[in-house]
Design a protein around this ligand. Structure first.
Ligand SMILES: Nc1ncnc2c1ncn2[C@@H]1O[C@H](COP(=O)(O)OP(=O)(O)OP(=O)(O)O)[C@@H](O)[C@H]1O
Ligand SMILES: Nc1ncnc2c1ncn2[C@@H]1O[C@H](COP(=O)(O)OP(=O)(O)OP(=O)(O)O)[C@@H](O)[C@H]1O
Ligand SMILES: [Mg+2]
Ligand SMILES: [Mg+2]
Lengths: 468, 468
């Protein structure tokens, strides 16, 4: 009576595409722009390339002619000057759900191996069109073209066209075109806002955006100074679980348990490792591959609560106080601005850094609450604001004590950089209430708010003095 | 430089277990109870079996002795008298992520094929213990036992122990035991509340719950009257996408396009189907397997906006006004209670029914806002309240116009039954703001609130009369 079956992960995200942010044509248009732009930025600034990104959304006249229903078929093209995609990998990167180069411990915008595939699925399910990818790597003499669908039941790419040609000149990067059903009038303001907020914190990037109505937005490069790119990190003992530990032991050629811990994990020196192992009754000189299940559980469980040093954070790539201030000035022309980058912290073995920028007055319009600009790993988050831990903190602050009386012209920017952002969903719109992160955001906002209070106090006294 | 790889869906949900509700030992304990109880209820009331469910959470003394760290190792056992799991299916049902009997169009609590596997993964990654399943189907003479792990990299079950024995007596059902790290003191109140709220709307179920401290909660059966079980439905033309349509055509033996639409879809009669096909320029007599890609896109796209009848809803299984009132009376002993089950509606081709119950006064304590009891497909939702569409509606109501002045003793119960609940995440804690659903909730709450107003008006006049 019950029909038992297995489905592929492509079918899972096709059926439940609202989980990935594709709940309707308006959100789908927005999410597709996001997934493509975030991949383009990961392919550039993560690799010390000054980004040049062009985004074009156009009405697809051919589909309009075929299917009728004018103004709802779109072709989105995003091109970057990034590292490109190897020709042998293009099909899987764009046609296999859960295929990614970001499954390592490193701060990138992408993390799930799903983003662009969710957009490809939506395009093929609404417009019946394949994705088109054109790519060339820096050192390569060739440019490669692939048009493909996703075979949903098998979760495999189905290439319907391929090509390659010799490169003239030295272009490198990737150009992705997705055709889909969308709703430009409804999505327009959020898409423009998303691109603006991306440019605000990336003044080292050059961004071109062309809309279906032919409007062109240009965000020229303001500085060649880029934040140091993030680096890959080893797992931290507080964040490793049993299956990961088994993987680590399998792949490692460490000959003793002591070597395994001090070589394969970060923040674990040989002295501390020895002390720890002796405390939990395991022999530091034993062959780690000989650990039985119960000893493994004991090892991993004890590691989680042992006082190893906090994760190093030289691997993280914050925006930096300078760039935050430049960006806020460019966007708002405020009368006052300041920013703070906090020192690194950790939650569940993942390092993170909180940064806050506050801007006041000048060109900012007065509102009944702070205008909150949320960022996670340099991605602007525009939806699901009420559920975000950042909103919880910022709206929970009593701004009166900082001399801010609403309605007031106040902008608060919060950025969280981490090797693992604890999003609430795969659509990456809001961040969970992780206690360590919540407390860091509060400390950072209060710190910068106190500086605002000094300025507003001074301004009030000057106004008072002038009146006398 | 970039390492490209694929991961299995088991590895995806192991790495990102917070997406499924397993963010920490407190949430994990709660979520494991939920996943097991929801499966137990799906195996009983969905099949017209009066549920007898027993839930036991116990400290695992053996693990405490092995690993130390007292009071954090738990064994959760849930047993039901349901339809059981066929012996050839047990391993996949509990050991393969995205394996389910609920991938059909039918109102059930489960829908993703992930729930119990997420709990199994958490148990094996923290306590290093396999899940144990004991099951027997009604017509079978045997009881089957399986202990298994999930092979994370392959997304396959790994059976470590199997057994079977002849049934004495006529027991049928399933007993699942998961061993895991948890935090009972922090999870206790939510788990108890979850079980209470489950019992509130299922007075036909017998539920036993034993806590690690030996407390026993019993919810006896109050009535043998069960709601009619939900039925499987055919897809509705407004909710079918291109890949689903291709699947339908492949599996169907309809010889003409007209037959395909009127046989394979709900709410499409032959007259309407013919009219529709002629309007969009497709031949009703053509072989559906001969449709080219562009005609398919045109067919599916046009279907989405054509005025087919709303989905039938005899397949849905609401709680019903009687059971809602019985449940609210049992839980709160209010002075007034009423309920309403709305007629069926649809969003994106999925039928749904909204039900509301309101209770006032009596044993209800006065609060500063309504106590909101949210339910989706008979599952109580306890977390992420602020993000839920139901909260948005209920907190947006001006209760003064219904004579409710806060602090006030007011309980509002909202149930949404659907063939597809639009959850915000796979952890099933809150429902997205789908416009059709939001508007139905508002209409239903206002309707019952008006009846409350009549009662409170009468009560006020009587109090006034007594004073004179
Ligand atoms: N523009 C691009 N340039 C270079 N590589 C790219 C580009 N777009 C995608 N890729 C490659 O394809 C992979 C898959 O992209 P996809 O968006 O599906 O997942 P992801 O970015 O790794 O994670 P997420 O699901 O969080 O976005 C990336 O990991 C990257 O290796
Ligand atoms: N107690 C049970 N009695 C009978 N069958 C069960 C029981 N528990 C699980 N199953 C079977 O195992 C399958 C997998 O369960 P699982 O919880 O992983 O997914 P689901 O319930 O289908 O969906 P969801 O992820 O939304 O919970 C179910 O679809 C059901 O067929
Ligand atoms: Mg991506
Ligand atoms: Mg389930």
């Amino acid at each position: 009576k019950e029909t038992y079956r297995e489905i592929s992960v492509a079918e899972f995200f096709a059926k439940n595409r609202e989980l990935a942010g594709f709940s309707n044509p308006t959100r789908a248009l927005y999410q597709t722009v996001r997934e493509l732009v975030e991949n383009a930025l990961d392919a550039t600034d993560t690799h010390s390339i000054l980004p040049v990104i062009s985004i074009r959304i156009a009405y697809d006249d051919e589909l309009e002619a075929k299917y009728g229903n004018p103004r709802k078929w779109f072709r989105i093209t995003v091109e970057d000057n990034g590292i490109g995609v190897p020709p042998t990998v293009i099909a899987n990167a764009f046609g296999r759900v859960l295929f990614s180069s970001k499954y390592v411990i490193r701060q990138t915008r992408g993390m799930y191996g799903l983003g662009v595939k969710a957009a490809v699925l939506y395009g093929q399910m609404t417009a019946g069109r394949p994705v088109e990818v054109v790519s060339s790597m820096q050192e390569s003499d060739y440019v490669y073209l692939r048009r493909l669908y996703i075979d949903v039941s098998k979760n495999e790419p189905k290439i319907v066209e391929k090509g390659q040609w010799r490169k003239k000149g030295r272009w490198h990067g990737t150009r992705v075109t997705i055709t889909l059903e969308g709703d430009w009038p409804r999505a327009r303001s959020r898409i423009i806002e998303y691109i603006k907020r991306t440019a605000v914190i990336a003044p080292y990037a050059e961004i071109y955006f062309e809309t279906p109505d032919g409007e062109i937005y240009v965000f020229p490069r303001l500085t060649s100074k880029m934040p140091a790119p993030p680096k890959e990190a080893k797992p931290h003992p507080h964040g490793i679980d049993l299956d990961q530990m088994k993987m680590l032991i399998k792949r490692s050629n460490a000959r003793t348990l002591l070597q395994l811990l001090s070589n394969e994990l970060q923040s674990v020196g040989t002295i501390m490792a020895r002390k720890f192992l002796e405390e939990i009754g395991l022999d530091p000189n034993m062959n780690p591959k000989k650990l039985d299940n119960d000893s493994l559980v004991k090892l991993v469980d004890s590691m989680k609560s042992y006082r190893f040093r906090a994760p190093k954070s030289d691997h993280l790539s914050p925006i930096g106080e300078e760039l935050i201030k430049i960006g806020l000035k460019r966007m708002f022309k405020p009368e006052w601005v300041d920013a703070l980058t906090r020192p690194p912290r950790a939650y569940q073995g993942h390092s993170f850094i909180v940064e806050v920028g506050i801007a006041y007055g000048g060109g900012i319009e007065a509102r009944n609450e702070p205008l909150l600009l949320r960022y996670a790993n340099k991605i602007p988050l525009l939806y699901e604001e009420r559920e975000d831990v950042t909103y919880k903190v910022v709206s929970g602050i009593n701004w009166k004590i900082y001399r801010v009386d609403f309605p007031a012209p106040l902008v608060v920017l919060v950025h969280i950089a981490s090797t693992k952002i604890p999003y609430k969903g795969v659509g990456k719109e809001s961040i969970s209430e992780v206690p360590e992160i919540e407390s860091e955001i509060r400390i950072a906002v209060q710190h910068v708010a106190r500086k605002l209070r000094v300025y507003l106090g001074k301004k009030a006294r000057e106004a008072e003095a002038r009146r006398k």
